[in-house]
Design a protein around this ligand. Structure first.
Ligand SMILES: [Zn+2]
Length: 266
């Protein structure tokens, strides 16, 4: 066999292994058999002292609301797992993940997602990829009047979330909503809002059986907003005001998890 052939075979092997590992990871996290293994890695997003201070005082308990939310919502779908996640807060990371392409062309996006996965692997400092571990990189930014944060994102392949959050203790609950949203993406959930940010009806609404125009008190987590009694589009105050709708539940495999759980051992 020539070197060229060996090299091609090796590359193919790596590719097959990568695809296999991705599927294995999805099988692990979407089976709802054990608490989700979640690592939060804080990053100073803007080099500000507010971000340094937030990161310095950060504790794993600051994310407990997310666990409570997942326990409550998965229980509604018959999958009781308490705790729903085992969260580890890792030390601050001094590098930033590759920035996604602005124009969103398919090829550039693909290349960027490969770069991101490579970056995640490199910074983990491990030889082998950490199978089944959901990695949430939280970039903290000092709040600035009238300046919106960059879009956060969550990738199912590689179980990676990149979250832009506010370095402000008063924003902890809002940050946790965004983190929970991106966490759901890593499990396969899709967005449920339109180009203007309005929830899609019915899948982006809490209590989707009610008419669309009826005001809601809760938001579907993948829509991230609700239309209140004044007809205004608002963010929920905290995860207490968020639900996992039935379409999201299906996407993150809660119904299958439920089925497996109650048909096993018979
Ligand atoms: Zn989203």
């Amino acid at each position: 066999m020539t070197f060229r052939r060996i090299r091609i075979l090796l590359l193919l092997g790596v590719l097959v292994a990568a695809i296999g590992l991705t599927q294995l990871e999805q099988f692990m996290v979407r089976g709802w058999r054990a608490p989700l293994d979640v690592a939060v890695i804080p990053i100073n997003g803007d080099g500000s002292s507010a971000a340094s201070e937030t990161i310095r005082t950060l504790q794993a308990g600051d994310f407990e609301e997310i666990n409570t939310f997942i326990v409550r919502e998965t229980t509604r779908y018959g999958v009781k797992q308490s705790p729903a996640m085992q969260l580890t807060l890792l030390p601050e990371l001094k590098t930033q993940p590759p920035v996604p392409p602005r124009d969103g062309s398919a090829l550039k996006t693909m290349w960027w997602s490969l770069k991101l996965r490579w970056w995640v692997y490199r910074q983990s400092g491990e030889w082998l990829p950490q199978l089944g571990k959901i990695k949430l990189y939280v970039l903290y930014h000092a709040p600035q009047e009238g300046v919106a944060l960059e879009h956060s994102l969550g990738l199912q392949k590689g179980l990676i979330g990149v979250v832009h959050a506010f370095a402000d203790a008063r924003q902890t609950q809002q940050n946790n909503i965004v983190i929970a949203h991106e966490l759901m993406h890593t499990l396969g959930a899709t967005d449920k809002y339109d180009a203007e940010g309005r929830p899609l009806y019915p899948q982006g609404y809490a209590e989707p059986d009610l008419p669309q125009l009826m005001p809601r008190h809760e938001a579907e987590i993948m829509a991230g907003r609700l239309v209140n009694a004044a007809g205004r589009l608002v963010m929920p105050l905290s995860l207490d005001q968020c639900v996992i709708g039935s379409m999201t539940a299906h996407e993150i495999n809660l119904d299958e998890g439920f089925r497996q759980r109650f048909s096993s051992g018979r």
